[in-house]
Design a protein around this ligand. Structure first.
Ligand SMILES: [Zn+2]
Length: 532
């Protein structure tokens, strides 16, 4: 009998620490180096030495790669896709301990020397000895380690089911890794004649309150979309305020109406989305002057359960129109009071309308040239590029001002839920029973509230609910796209079953040792074995 590399809790813990030591903060060199390292690690398994073509790297842009590792049983067609991400958030918040952030054993020991430096709840956990601290331990290299353990067991014991370990970069920023992997998963399915039975992610489960130690499994994931706006007023000198209209004044009306607006609250299966807030609002003046700011932008966060991009755009349009109606009414009163004519009514237009207008006025070629100027700015992210494209077009079409141009900025994570799928109902029951053998309680949540890559599988909508996203996202097809067609081909139930941890994205990020190394290996094996 061959020896298994990642079988025992100790070996699994060592594997996790090795994965964590390969630091892979999103958009750093470490992120680009991670995929080849994980390929090398998987090559240690006899199965991949015998089937090297089942280990593949897929371009995810900027030097980064997604990895797929297929364990294929000769007779099985049914396949479970195991999804994880290997990028992590930054480590600055560790301060003097930053060099240890990637070395969980050392970090946890070091923290023991001065436990009172930690917030109380983290100190209490530390002193129990039941937690391993470190960046990426919880979110989510443990998930990847568990999937590696599963694929090792499956291949050594020849489980009669196929597994595709899929681990991707960029989850914490734009999900470029998963968006690239989706197309590959469709291709691999065709190539090997597979059917996808389950998409299983292993993001950590988050405690719902500081004292909560229940574990959760998720049968769906919340969605997120970002409506944005460019406000174009009219410039003037501070000494003649009535001759212009500041963009800040216009922006304030929309932001007032967007923040905490219950129109955007969705409820399904007893769970509700958090209300929208603004993520950014700024004028585009580069430096102080006595010219008034006449261009500004705002970015809003909207969570989703059921709605499509089209529906959100309609609502956003409605809110923007109401906001500008109110502004126009108030402005009229001010103009009458000051006995001036004013600069005109503020209109609302969608990016697609502005684009059509600009194409007609300037010609498609000139519009493409203008867009390219922004698209080529390497130090701008997709949000900045989106807003700058709109700004450049409005500068060329000032006769439309004053105006509020509405658009979408990346990223967009569609919501997914498969709570009613028979396989999911059975799996949730099974996981509850399995946890009971460890005297643990597992509860089901219908929508994972942490945003995850499951958003990009099992895409469903009645018609073409994404078209408003496509036509109102200025960088669409250039620096950002979503493979909706491929996503809708990846039909299948989704589940997230992961280890318990706390404080993801904080310096007190920590993983529960028993959950990670003892309980989850049993639970995941039980789950996979129930599927054949
Ligand atoms: Zn994560």
């Amino acid at each position: 009998m061959n020896q298994l590399f990642w079988e025992t809790p100790e070996k699994l813990r060592a594997l996790l620490c090795e994965l964590v030591s390969w630091n892979s903060i999103t958009l750093t060199e470490g992120e680009t180096k991670f995929a080849p390292k994980v390929i090398d690690k998987l090559k240690e398994l006899t199965y991949f030495q015998e089937h090297p073509s089942h280990l593949q790297m897929h371009d995810a842009g900027l030097g980064r790669h997604a990895v797929t590792a297929l364990y294929k049983h000769p007779e099985a067609t049914e396949t479970v896709v195991l999804i994880s991400h290997f990028d992590t958030v930054q480590t600055e918040e560790y301060g003097v301990l930053e060099p240890l952030a990637y070395f969980p054993e050392e970090l946890t020991k070091k923290l023991m020397e001065n436990p009172t430096d930690l917030p109380e709840s983290a100190r209490i956990d530390l002193e129990t000895g039941k937690y391993l601290f470190g960046r990426g331990t919880m979110d989510m290299k443990m998930g990847l380690a568990l999937h590696m353990q599963l694929i090792e067991r499956a291949s050594m014991e020849e489980w009669p089911i196929n597994l595709i370990l899929t681990t991707v970069p960029d989850e914490e920023v734009n999900s470029a890794g998963m968006r690239a992997a989706v197309t590959q998963l469709v291709r691999i399915r065709e190539e090997f004649g597979l059917t996808y039975k389950l998409f299983l992610n292993s993001e950590p489960c988050f405690s719902q309150s500081p004292t909560d130690i229940d574990e959760y499994i998720y049968s769906g994931t919340i969605g997120k979309i970002m409506p944005a706006a460019l406000f174009y007023g009219k410039e003037t000198h501070v000494g003649e305020p009535m001759k212009g209209m500041t963009a800040n004044y216009i922006a304030s009306y929309l932001t007032q109406r967007m923040e905490w607006n219950t129109l955007f609250r969705e409820t399904d299966l007893g769970e509700s989305t958090p209300l929208p807030v603004s993520l950014q609002q700024k004028d585009l003046k580069m430096s102080y002057s006595t010219q008034t700011p006449y261009r500004a932008v705002a970015l809003y966060n909207v969570f989703l359960l059921k709605r499509t991009a089209n529906e959100v755009m309609d609502l956003f349009d409605q809110v923007a129109t109401e906001a500008m109606d109110e502004l126009n009414k108030n402005y009229q009163v001010i103009c009458e009071r000051e006995q001036v004519k004013g600069v005109g009514q503020v209109k609302v237009l969608r990016y697609e309308e502005l684009l059509a207008y600009a194409n007609k006025k300037l010609g498609v070629e000139e519009v493409e040239r203008l867009k390219l100027e922004s698209l080529q700015q390497e130090d701008w992210d997709d949000r900045e590029k989106s807003l700058r494209i709109v700004d450049d077009l409005m500068i060329q079409c000032q006769e439309l001002a004053p105006a509020t141009v509405i658009l979408f900025a990346p990223p967009y994570y569609p919501a997914v839920n498969t709570s009613n799928h028979p396989l999911v109902i059975e799996a949730v029951d099974l996981m509850k029973q399995s946890a009971q053998t460890f005297n643990n309680t597992v509860k089901q949540i219908h929508y994972f509230n942490g945003i995850c890559d499951l958003s990009y599988v099992n895409y469903e909508d009645e018609g073409n609910g994404w078209t408003a996203f496509e036509s109102n996202t200025p960088v669409w097809g250039d620096t950002y796209s979503i493979p909706f067609e491929d996503m809708s081909q990846l039909k299948g139930p989704v589940l997230n079953v992961g280890p318990f941890g706390k404080d993801a994205h904080q310096k007190t990020e920590r993983l529960h040792v028993d959950s990670a190394f003892v309980e989850l290996p049993v639970m995941l094996e039980t789950l996979i074995k129930s599927l054949y």
